[in-house]
Design a protein around this ligand. Structure first.
Ligand SMILES: Cc1cc2nc3c(=O)[nH]c(=O)nc-3n(C[C@H](O)[C@H](O)[C@H](O)COP(=O)(O)O)c2cc1C
Length: 407
């Protein structure tokens, strides 16, 4: 269990609108684990991983993508919750993941057209628009209205089962180009029914999911949404759209809005740190957008992406710019994070550097590098921060093929 020795604003508890208390302002943001076995249930590796992350001292852990439909996964190793058949395994996972009194939320997701060919050759999406990246994605079929209703029911059902399974909250994933983010974007949603066209229509599926989920999980269970500030693509979901959605989420009284950005076509949620310092005014990505959000809503805010110095993290909490600070890769760069980070004045996290020569595979090299670290934690091994990006690509691809096609 972590022992914090400094009197940091990051260590103050925070009470969400639903009444739940997060013991401190440090969140481990969602990171896909790719560890579930053939059944797509949780298992001892996942229990081990989240037990360790609970011991880290973070007040809030958010799971990686938990899929509502096993046909449309983001990774072949995702946990899938379609019914209660894996509930005992979920209970074991949440018992380990909350063993220090921290929160542990399930991130609920559907990959839509971002489901790779390792999980399906016939994905579904708002419209039949193919994702062009590395030939890893098949052309999706446009969803029928029945399929839209089915997806809404699935989100609600998965959230309810996750609550029964011991998660202390849920996060609806509406960012990073997954299905709900595809509905929100005019580039990927060309529908002419009530779920396409105006931003009111494009946001309808998300609004209906939140409304129905709240009815089922009750007023005192945390519901969060992860939303893009923008897709960072010409003609895509933009800030104006995002403000409309945030207004709707405010009316629905969600408990925490996590701000991110980008899709598989432009993964700014990982790569924005490569921008020149003069382009980015503040250390963390999306902080300038968060500043504007703060003036328009009182939904509690979390931003994830690029927080690397203790001074900056403490400043955004001290100044009430954010309620929660989200970290992902820092948990994989230092096994003592966040304890060592908070305990030392002037702490700074150094990112791993990737100079992968094959541009098309650079994203995969980075994802593979971090995936390797997650699997080492799960297997009780030390982090191995010197790890070849070539091996990372090879290992990640082989594992996805093995888990997706040969089991
Ligand atoms: C290995 C890895 C897996 C990720 N998986 C997810 C995921 O399942 N869901 C999600 O919303 N974001 C995911 N992300 C994005 C992170 O939550 C976060 O937005 C991003 O890494 C930026 O934060 P950081 O600079 O603190 O790493 C993932 C990031 C990494 C590095």
């Amino acid at each position: 269990m972590a022992t914090f020795q400094r009197n940091s604003p990051l260590l103050k508890s925070y009470t969400l609108p639903c009444g739940s208390v997060i013991p401190n302002r440090i969140a481990k943001a969602a990171m896909t684990e790719r560890l579930a076995g053939k059944s797509h249930f949780s298992n001892s590796d996942l229990c081990n991983l989240y037990g360790k992350w609970s011991d880290s001292g973070a007040g809030l852990l958010i799971s990686g993508n938990i899929m509502v439909d096993k046909r449309y996964k983001e990774s072949s190793g995702n946990i899938v919750v379609e019914d209660e058949s894996g509930i005992d395994e979920l209970k074991e996972l949440t018992s380990e993941g909350t063993r220090n009194g921290n929160h542990f939320w399930a991130q609920i997701s559907h990959a839509g057209r971002q489901a790779t060919i390792f999980s399906t050759f016939s994905p579904i999406a708002p419209s039949a628009i193919k994702l062009k990246k590395l030939m890893l994605f098949a052309k999706p079929k446009a969803m029928t209205l029945e399929q839209v209703q089915d997806v809404i029911e699935r989100y609600v059902n998965t959230s309810v089962i996750c609550k029964k399974g011991g998660f202390t909250g849920v996060q609806i994933h509406a960012a990073h180009g997954y299905l709900l983010s595809q509905f929100l974007s005019p580039n990927t949603n060309k529908r002419t029914d009530n779920y396409g066209g105006s931003i009111e229509n494009r946001a309808r599926i998300l609004v209906e999911i939140i409304k129905k989920t709240r009815e089922k999980v009750g007023p005192s269970f945390p519901i969060s949404v992860k939303l893009n500030s923008a897709d960072f693509q010409k003609g895509g979901f933009n800030e104006k759209d995002a403000f409309y959605v945030i207004d709707e989420l405010q009316k629905l009284k969600i408990d925490l809005l996590e701000i991110s950005g980008g899709t598989y076509e432009n993964i700014v949620f990982l790569t924005k740190r490569n921008e020149r310092a003069s382009t980015r005014k503040r250390e963390a990505f999306f902080m300038e957008f968060a500043e504007k959000v703060r003036t328009k809503t009182d939904i509690p805010l979390m931003v994830t992406g690029g927080f690397r110095t203790l001074e900056f993290c403490e400043q955004v909490i001290e100044n009430s710019e954010l309620e929660i600070v989200g970290f992902a890769r820092p948990f994989l760069l230092d096994s003592g994070f966040p304890e060592t980070f908070v305990n030392m004045e002037d702490s700074k996290i150094e990112d791993a550097s990737f100079n992968f020569p094959i541009k098309e595979l650079a994203d995969m090299a980075e994802a593979g590098y971090y995936d390797f670290q997650i699997h080492r934690i799960a297997k009780n091994k030390e982090l191995k921060t010197r790890y070849s990006p070539y091996l990372a690509v090879l290992r990640l691809t082989t594992n996805e093929i093995k888990m997706g096609w040969f089991r």
